[in-house]
Design a protein around this ligand. Structure first.
Ligand SMILES: [Zn+2]
Length: 170
């Protein structure tokens, strides 16, 4: 047996204290965070509350709005653009970066068209919720009550039980 020095004793004590001092090693699977960064969104587009609405539905905190997505993490960029036809919002298919572990996608909003169509603050929020639903791989839904209906949703909006199950699995 080695004679324990004061430093050795402290080290041993620290080690024995470590498991209690640290949070228990992840019992639940680590939650996958999707980072969201705004590129040039006007301030009257409520990105944050749209993300929160979806998170409340999933019961998870999936989305994290940040100034800039950290490298090599799942990231959605929300930006403005000119969209064709009746589209006011659009979400790109989710792309897995080759050879990397993260996925990216883009949500484009056409603020000029929204203005022409007299979108209210609530309309802007539901449009964002809809586009972020696509980011979650939710397809369009024929039920008018669903926020995934292709036309501008009318509050109070819900997601159907099937959509909720889909989100809960993600
Ligand atoms: Zn859509």
């Amino acid at each position: 047996m080695r004679k324990s020095t004061a430093a050795g004793l402290v080290a041993a004590l620290t080690l024995s204290l470590l498991p209690a001092a640290l949070p228990a090693p992840a019992e639940a699977a680590p939650q996958k965070v999707i980072y969201v960064q705004k590129l040039d969104m006007p301030s009257d587009w409520p990105v944050k509350s749209a993300l929160r609405w979806l998170d409340v539905y999933t019961g998870k905190s999936t989305f994290r709005l940040v100034k800039r997505c950290p490298a090599k993490r799942d990231c959605v960029t929300v930006q403005t653009g000119k969209l064709s036809g009746r589209n006011v919002g659009w979400a790109s298919p989710i792309r897995a970066k080759t050879g990397a572990t993260h996925r990216t996608s883009i949500v484009v909003i056409d603020p000029a068209k929204a203005k022409r169509l007299r979108y209210s603050q609530a309309d802007r929020k539901w449009l964002l919720v809809h586009e972020f639903g696509h980011v979650h791989a939710l397809p369009h839904q024929r039920k008018r009550i669903s926020v995934m209906h292709p036309d501008l949703p009318r509050p109070p909006m819900v997601l159907t039980p099937a959509e909720r199950r889909h989100l809960a699995r993600r």
